[in-house]
Ligand binder design. Structure first.
Ligand code: ZN
Length: 436
């Protein structure tokens, strides 16, 4: 234990922005270079700021928790900031930082594919580093949680791609339409971190579609792309009961993926009945906290079912999962924990991104393409931020809140100039551990 005075002394000496850069450098050496190499949609003769600067500004907006584009421009408008960014990006001369309109203009034209590719690069680097091998399910499969969430709501038509939701007031009978944008996320779960590996926007192709887009259709697109990108990666898909259906089983099996879905009796009654019957036979009145039955026939396949009752805050919850992972007496408990990882996308995923750290529901630009790019940049920033929060021993011992971590980062970039010595320290090899 350190005393509060020691803690203050320790904090005074730390340049948190440098610590953050060290983590970024350790995991992703060519990151800034990669940002510089995006296919720039702008007319090159009018370009004042390179893409790496514009994209880094957005990453800083996220990690320093600026809630609006305007506050970002104001918050970073200091000599020290300009100087630090110039050093970090190894840019020749930087006298001013770009105005937020310049950034939004760039993001309204940048192909989102460019940012998707950058994210793929980050995930590949992480997997190559082999620092999360212990997190593989059954020592083999990477858990990927799939779930959709709402991002933006408008009371007027916003663009041709909005999802339309009709509402009727219960008492007055008054009707109105809500215009929304949703996203389907695939997040790689490693320990306490959930790292975005793919995002598919749930949106209509055009205004006059006969059937609106939905989560399951978005899953078809996302799963096709995920398989094409990570061809040989052993994956286990974790999702809620919406996914326990024929089309998703088929898709996962065709991709040679394992899956574990929450199951509700109503979704496939025949499977539920079969489970109850086989369970009664197998356990014959014995009571346990975990029950499992394998080889439940459904269409062309056999499914395994696992039921667990978990005590949480004096309340007992019963969960039922369907999976194509083999279950054994020894593995049953561990598999319950795997199935329950799905909830991490709610807490460490959406909830944190909406209400704790990045305010992803705040509209930074009305432009449809910029909206997507803003979202993808948050996902990229969040990968860096989670590695920083969980990988920095200093932050782990200090037990700072997310807000405090972001404030300390901002304070450092605004007030401390990076020295030559600091820059040299970036390239020194370091060890990063996620526990202890
Ligand atoms: Zn729209």
């Amino acid at each position: 234990m350190i005393t509060r005075k020691e803690k203050r002394e320790q904090e005074k000496n730390v340049n948190y922005f440098l610590e953050f850069q060290k983590i970024c450098h350790h995991f992703f050496k060519g990151f800034t270079n990669r940002l510089r190499k995006v296919k720039d949609p702008r007319h090159q003769s009018y370009v004042t700021y390179d893409s790496d600067l514009l994209l880094w500004m957005m990453i800083l907006k996220n990690v320093c928790q600026f809630t609006s584009m305007r506050s970002l421009s104001n918050g970073l408008n200091r000599e020290e900031c300009i100087d630090n960014l110039q050093k970090m990006l190894a840019t020749q001369e930087l006298h001013e930082l770009p105005h937020y309109d310049t950034i939004n203009d760039f993001l309204s034209r940048l192909d989102p594919k460019e940012l998707e590719n950058i994210r793929i690069g980050l995930i590949r680097e992480l997997l190559k580093k082999r620092c999360f091998e212990a997190e593989r399910i059954e020592g083999k499969y990477w858990g990927i949680i799939i779930d959709g969430t709402g991002l933006f709501h408008f009371n007027k038509k916003h663009c041709a791609h909005c999802l339309k939701r009709e509402h009727t007031h219960k008492k007055t009978g008054e009707t109105w339409t809500d215009y929304q944008h949703h996203v389907l996320e695939a997040k790689l779960v490693v320990g306490d971190m959930v790292l975005s590996i793919d995002s598919e926007f749930i949106e209509n192709e055009h205004e006059d579609v006969t059937k609106q887009d939905c989560e399951r259709r978005a899953f078809e697109r996302l799963s096709t792309r995920l398989k094409a990108t990570f061809k040989r990666l052993p994956i286990c898909i974790l999702a809620d009961s919406l996914y326990a259906c024929e089309s998703v089983f088929q898709r996962c099996e065709a991709n040679r993926w394992k899956y574990m879905f929450r199951f509700k009796a109503g979704s496939i009654p025949s499977v539920a009945q079969e489970f109850e019957a086989l369970k009664a036979l197998k356990y014959r009145g014995q009571s346990a906290t975990t029950y499992w039955v394998d080889d439940i026939a459904y269409q062309e396949r056999k499914l395994n079912a696992l039921e667990a009752t978990v005590q949480e805050k004096e309340k007992a919850h019963t969960f039922l999962f369907l999976t194509n992972l083999p279950i054994t007496e020894k593995k049953a408990e561990a598999l319950v924990a795997v199935g329950r990882r799905r909830w991490k996308i709610e807490n460490q995923g959406f909830n944190r991104q909406k209400h704790v750290q990045y305010a992803i529901q705040h509209v930074n630009s009305q432009n449809h393409q910029a909206m997507k790019n803003h979202y993808l940049l948050t996902q990229i920033a969040d990968i860096l931020m989670q590695l920083y929060e969980k990988g920095s021993k200093l932050l782990r011992t200090q037990k700072k809140t997310a807000k405090e971590i972001s404030s300390a980062l901002l304070e450092a970039i605004r007030t401390r100039r990076l020295t030559e010595e600091d820059m040299a320290s970036l390239v020194k090899p370091m060890q990063v551990r996620f526990t202890g």
